[in-house]
Design a protein around this ligand. Structure first.
Ligand SMILES: *Cc1c(COP(=O)(O)O)cnc(C)c1O
Length: 333
């Protein structure tokens, strides 16, 4: 099977901002864009994106999951990057139009259609290092994806990093390219040196998140996860999992916690840890690596609560459980 995110639908939908106005949207080939080599995005990283999914239910109908939350976050990212503002309705219409066009290509569960809205500053102005781009391009790519866990759901090895940080603290809640570039070298080094799958960034001991997923700790009936602030990405999956956990009668505690507390709780039998994000939903963490020592989380394998929460979220997405929070938007095809 092709690697996640390497297959694209042949067309995408786009809108351009210039002269203080958005163009009409248009459906265009998805294999190229025309960009001036001096475009703002290529030099000063005026770029942000989103990731959400469309699901096919058993009766063939297509549903978008929490589109409004992703659109709200995309608007927030655009504003924090001084990119041109757009209306919810415009991006919503673009997403629905392009998903409808490729409705027949939406895989059945456990597959889905991954949707990647992207917004970039296009003004050709290399003198604008500290000035916003006056023009931009907003486009929505589609990528059909299969079962993320086709190879089995093995628990991850995570390096705890207390010295570095993923990105600048005021940029954490922006889903912007530069943040991933900034985390790349430390993650590559952790792979090489410790065979770690990811780094959990814990600057000064404060447990935050990994390169592209949020972190939750499950201790018995309680979920502990960092409280929202500007230093990390406010995941839609994180919010969905916390909501479902409350529905299931679990205690959800959003507060800051340290690496010391994390390792202390992880040593107890029955403790679980997981990463949350749209691509993988919820991925179990089996091992922490800290100061060259390895620590098993619980018994080191995928835990039952992690699996139960993941299934509960998938059941809503796949139309097998009631959508009691109004998270699904039906796409009329
Ligand atoms: C996208 C992302 C997440 C997860 O967000 P979801 O909305 O759950 O997909 C978490 N952390 C980072 C850094 C991300 O880029």
């Amino acid at each position: 099977m092709a690697a996640f995110g390497t297959v694209f639908m042949p067309q995408m939908i786009q809108a351009r901002f210039s002269d203080n106005a958005w163009s009409e949207t248009s459906v265009v080939p998805s294999d190229k864009i025309e960009l001036h080599p001096g475009a703002h995005v290529l030099h000063y990283s005026s770029t942000c994106f989103e990731g959400l999914k469309a699901f096919r239910h058993e009766d063939g109908s297509i549903y978008l999951f929490r589109m409004d939350a992703n659109i709200a976050r995309m608007k927030q990212s655009s504003a924090l990057l001084s990119l041109p503002a757009f209306d919810d309705a415009m991006l919503k219409g673009m997403i629905i139009d392009i998903v409808r066009q490729f409705a027949d290509e939406t895989p059945l569960p456990p597959g889905s259609m991954y949707i990647r809205p992207t917004h970039i500053g296009t003004e050709a102005a290399i003198g604008k290092a500290a000035v916003p781009s006056l023009s931009s391009l907003l486009y929505v790519l589609l990528s059909p994806v299969g079962d993320y866990f086709a190879g089995g759901s093995t628990a991850l090895r995570i390096l705890l990093e207390e010295n570095g940080m993923r990105c600048a603290p005021h940029m954490g809640m922006v889903k912007s390219g530069g943040n991933y570039a900034s985390a790349l070298a430390p993650i590559s080094a952790a792979r090489e040196k410790y065979q770690a799958d990811q780094i959990l960034f814990c600057p000064g001991g404060d447990v935050q998140e990994t390169g592209a997923a949020n972190f939750i700790l499950i201790d018995g009936n309680e979920i502990i996860t960092k409280a929202l602030d500007s230093t990390f990405l406010h995941g839609v999956t994180r919010h969905s999992i916390l909501t479902i956990a409350k529905d299931l009668g679990m205690t959800v505690t959003e507060r800051n916690f340290t690496v010391d507390e994390l390792l202390e709780r992880s040593a107890k039998p029955g403790t679980e840890a997981a990463l949350s994000g749209t691509a993988a939903v919820l991925t179990p963490v089996g091992t922490f690596i800290h100061n060259d020592k390895e620590y098993k989380v619980g018994n080191g394998e995928a835990g039952p609560t992690t699996m139960r929460l993941r299934q509960a979220l998938n059941d809503i997405q796949w139309g097998k459980a009631a959508d009691t929070h109004g998270w699904l938007t039906k796409v009329d095809v």
